[in-house]
Ligand binder design. Structure first.
Ligand code: SF4
Ligand code: SF4
Ligand code: SF4
Length: 323
């Protein structure tokens, strides 16, 4: 797959279709694969990577990149295409300035889950019939395949690309996902148990802002949390109120726009399952307004930006002056 992607990227650079490529390159460690821009065939040959650790969604980078001179080639996994569509719908990216190649998605690996097994010095990993065989500095290690999967791939909602100019590999289908199972478990807790669960999680937050910065739904040019008059501008939470506030406000801001891409939880250095908060909103929107998947298309009206005469929020359609 990596070789096919590099070859096609070189062709598109050579024939002038695009003048740069957004893909991924390796960082300090083999599992540290991060988005990067490539402008030449030599750069692609030297550094372009697409492997089991390539989980990052490059859609958000396109908000800035698509405003530069010339067209950019972007490789998008199925889940990433939902983010890109949502950004198109919100006029945050210029569709015509991006040449999209849809590529097969995961499942991708989470190096933290491998390290949590006490396996360090990771040099590479391969799936051998359900067993991950991990090559390390200290020899070969093994662990069950499913225990190393990235959380966002564990409950993948779709292998279908919802936008692309061409595909490498086959397109997939929307999946029957169990992604709301944990939300239901939380709903079935008592209010106190649920509060305790979220307090335990959110108290770990160091306000590094990685979840906001990676989130394709968080593209405000001036984020409320960057307001110097807010008292909470880019600082670690001072107390439990501030810990809760950041996440509850952010969840409300992305409600109806979150595509469930899972990037927020993937990048959190404190392993806070932020996606569960957003999934609760998605589940509630589905039950109140009918099934809706953000990013599935670029034309439908989002439930929270639209209303009907039988809207579940009745006050929104009352005539002016009528109680
Ligand atoms: S990424 Fe994690 S630690 Fe950082 S601000 Fe978000 S929740 Fe807090
Ligand atoms: S809130 Fe999380 S899951 Fe939703 S769009 Fe943002 S990064 Fe993706
Ligand atoms: S937290 Fe709210 S204001 Fe800040 S970038 Fe996200 S959506 Fe925008």
């Amino acid at each position: 797959m990596q070789e096919a992607m590099i070859n096609r990227a070189k062709q598109l650079l050579a024939d002038g279709t695009v003048n740069r490529v957004i893909g991924w390159k390796r960082g300090e460690f083999v599992y540290d694969v991060t988005p990067a821009i490539f402008e030449t065939a030599e750069e692609l040959d030297a550094e372009f990577v697409y492997d089991d650790f390539t989980a990052a969604n490059v859609s958000k980078y396109l908000v800035k990149e698509c405003k530069k001179e010339g067209k950019i080639l972007a490789f998008l996994k199925p889940c990433d295409t939902y983010s890109f569509n949502q950004l198109t719908k919100e006029h945050r990216v210029v569709r015509d300035n991006v040449y999209i190649i849809g590529i097969p998605g995961g499942p991708k690996l989470d190096a933290e889950k491998i390290k949590a097994k006490g396996i360090t010095g990771i040099l590479g990993a391969k799936n051998d019939n359900g067993t991950f065989v991990i090559e390390t500095l200290y020899g070969e290690e093994k662990m069950p395949y499913y225990e190393a999967l990235s959380t966002k791939c564990e409950s993948c909602k779709s292998k279908k690309h919802v936008v692309y100019d061409e595909l490498i590999g086959d397109d997939g289908e929307v999946l029957e996902s169990d992604r709301f199972d944990m939300v239901e478990k939380l709903e079935n807790m008592s209010a106190q148990e649920r509060y305790d669960f979220w307090r335990e999680q959110l108290s770990k937050c160091i306000r590094c802002n990685a979840c906001r910065n990676v989130c394709p739904a968080c593209t405000c040019e001036k984020c409320v949390f960057d307001n110097p008059d807010s008292g909470v501008e880019n600082k670690a939470p001072a107390d439990s109120f501030e810990e809760n506030m950041f996440h509850i406000i952010r969840a409300f801001h992305v409600a109806g726009r979150c595509t469930d891409c899972g990037e927020c939880s993937r990048v959190c250095p404190q392993n806070i399952p932020l996606h569960l908060l957003n999934r609760k909103f998605i589940k509630d929107i589905n039950s109140l307004y009918g099934n809706y998947q953000a990013g599935e298309d670029t034309t439908s009206r989002a439930p929270l930006n639209d209303y009907k005469t039988d809207d579940c929020e009745a006050s929104i359609v009352h005539e002016r002056g009528v109680e």
